[in-house]
Structure formats: structure tokens, C-alpha cells
Design a protein around this ligand. Structure first.
Ligand SMILES: [Zn+2]
Length: 317
């Protein structure tokens, strides 16, 4: 077996490229580059190629030592052909990443979505190590999930299984980016919480989060944590509301799939323990009694490296 793989996490605002040691899953070296969607797909792929070259040259690694290059991308993908079908956050549509990467690096190339790669990373070296039956749920701009059964990712007929963010929790509810109304992610995502807080502030509600907020800057998970620690009424209310919806979504997963373990990840889960604890407690209470007996919850353990680690092992899944 070759010693290394290159794992790349292509997010909405950055590309994280890592040299991953295949024996132990360690990230031996990484490069992070910011991307701007206004600059278009050529800028994204250019920075990706530069990052791979940088990782190889800085670590003195020969391409012969690389077993694969794997990319985890936020968006709709065609795994078989290595194409990003649509990543609106990046303005990338019908982007043939395999052709672009392999025109410069002659090694096997694999593409997956971001939550799937994170789940693979967690299964290999993180919170799901030794567990072959679990669901990963990541809370961020949206709410994404990945179902693993017998150590295999369940992808569904069109490769889109796991879209827990788009289960409908209110028939006449808030509009969702997908075009439907009342999807879970319109209530339980970090973006949903931010919108609720911002909306209330615009109406003149007071909150201690104003002490941290800078003009033109977004609300961060850290600001939410500090506001909750100061028992801020508005922020606590918005987080409680999101938690109520998320726990309902998790109860639906528990009842429908009956997993042994649910792993929760994303910046808000990592930063705001109050949100995590409240959500898992309520999810158990809302589930049917029998599947609730066996369910276990854990926080994702690999942090920022879960995507690159999983992407480095796409050749083994
Ligand atoms: Zn939706």
C-alpha cells in the first residue's frame, strides 16, 4: 500500500488540502486557502492545483507515494464521473474535477460530499471508530447527514440519501434554499439561528450579542456561546427554538433508522455545549421508547480535519 493520500475539503469559503498518512490517519501537513465565489470556478480549481503542488513540495513527497487524491465538496456531486453538478456557494456548476486534477496529477481521483467524507473520517479515526452502524449529522449553513450501515455509506438510488435538512417539519413553514417550505434546516441550522437573532435585533430587541457584533460581520458560534453564558434572553430563545426542531429531526432518525450511534458535528455543536446537551436529551425524549433505549450520542472528534481525513480514504470505501 502506498504511504499517503491527499485529502481535500472544498468548503464554501476555503480549500483545506492535507497530506494524510494512510497507516494512522494523521494529517502530516496541510495548506488552507481562502476562496471567493465571485472569482469563479477557475480560481477554485487553480487554488486546488496549487495546494496539491505545495503539499507535495513542502513535504518532499513524490507522486509515486500517493495512492489517491480525494475531494469532499459541499454540493451536489456525480461521484462516478468526479463532477461537481452544482455547488451554489462556490458558483461551480458541471465542473469536471476529475479531468482537471488528473490532467496534472496521474493518480486515482475520488469525489464525495462533505458530510459523507466527515462520516468516513469519524468512522476510521474519530468518534465512530469501531462502530459500523451510525448516522452523522452536521449543523452549519445547512443540516446535512450521512447514514452508515455495516460500515458502508448508504447513498440511495440517486446518491442523495441522508438529506435530513430537507425533511419537512412545517407544511406551511419558512422557505428553504431548496425551494420547498418548512424544511428542518430552515429552523435548525446555524444560519437559521443567525437569521432569527438578526431579525430580532433589527426590530430593536436588546441582546448582549451586540457587545461582540461588528458592523458588516456575521454572528459566530463563539458569540452565541458567550451570549448564552451571560444568560441572554434573545440568543437563548433562538438557540432553544433551533434545538427543539433539531431534536425532533434526530428523533425521526432514531425512529426511522434505529442506529446505535448518532454523531453530531459542526461549529455550533463544537462551540455551544448547551445546544448539544439540550438537543440530545430532548431527542431521546421525543423518540419511541424502544429505539431510544439503545441510542448513543457523541460529538464529532476530528474537528476541521474530519473532511480531509475521510477524503483521503475514499479509495477504500
Ligand atoms: Zn429544503
Amino acid at each position: 500500500m502506498k504511504k499517503y493520500s491527499i485529502g481535500i475539503d472544498l468548503g464554501g469559503t476555503k480549500i483545506l488540502t492535507a497530506l494524510v498518512n494512510k497507516q494512522n490517519g494523521n494529517v502530516d501537513y496541510f495548506v488552507k486557502k481562502k476562496i471567493k465565489k465571485e472569482k469563479g470556478p477557475e480560481s477554485v480549481t487553480g487554488k486546488m492545483l496549487d495546494s496539491i503542488n505545495e503539499v507535495l513540495s513542502e513535504t518532499d513527497t513524490d507522486l509515486n507515494e500517493i495512492s489517491s487524491i480525494g475531494v469532499a465538496a459541499a454540493g451536489q456531486i456525480d461521484r462516478g464521473n468526479g463532477i461537481i453538478i452544482g455547488a451554489p456557494n462556490l458558483e461551480c456548476f458541471d465542473l469536471n474535477l476529475r479531468r482537471i486534477i488528473q490532467s496534472e496529477f496521474d493518480v486515482p481521483f475520488f469525489l464525495s460530499n462533505d458530510v459523507e467524507a466527515a462520516a468516513i473520517g469519524e468512522m476510521k479515526f474519530g468518534a465512530a471508530k469501531g462502530v459500523d452502524d451510525f448516522v452523522c449529522v452536521f449543523v452549519g449553513t445547512g443540516v446535512g447527514s450521512c447514514i452508515v450501515k455495516n460500515g458502508k455509506v448508504i447513498r440511495g438510488a440517486t446518491g442523495t440519501a441522508g438529506e435530513i435538512g430537507h425533511i419537512i417539519v412545517d407544511l406551511n413553514g419558512r422557505p428553504c434554499a431548496c425551494g420547498a417550505n418548512g424544511c428542518l434546516e430552515a429552523y435548525a441550522s446555524r444560519s437559521a439561528i443567525e437569521k432569527r437573532i438578526e431579525g430580532a435585533l433589527k426590530k430593536g430587541r436588546h441582546s448582549v450579542i451586540l457587545d461582540y457584533l461588528q458592523e458588516g460581520k456575521n454572528i459566530t458560534s463563539g458569540m452565541i456561546r458567550k451570549s448564552i453564558e451571560r444568560e441572554d434572553e434573545l440568543v437563548t430563545h433562538c438557540v432553544d427554538e433551533a434545538s427543539a426542531y433539531l431534536s425532533g429531526g434526530l428523533a425521526s432518525i432514531i425512529n426511522f433508522i434505529n442506529p446505535k450511534l448518532i454523531i453530531l458535528g459542526g461549529g455550533l455543536i463544537e462551540a455551544v455545549d448547551y445546544f448539544y446537551q439540550k438537543t440530545i436529551k430532548d431527542a431521546k425524549l421525543k423518540s419511541l421508547p424502544v429505539p431510544a433505549l439503545k441510542i448513543e450520542f457523541k460529538k464529532a472528534a476530528l474537528g476541521d480535519f474530519s473532511g480531509v481525513t475521510g477524503a483521503a480514504y475514499l479509495d477504500e470505501i
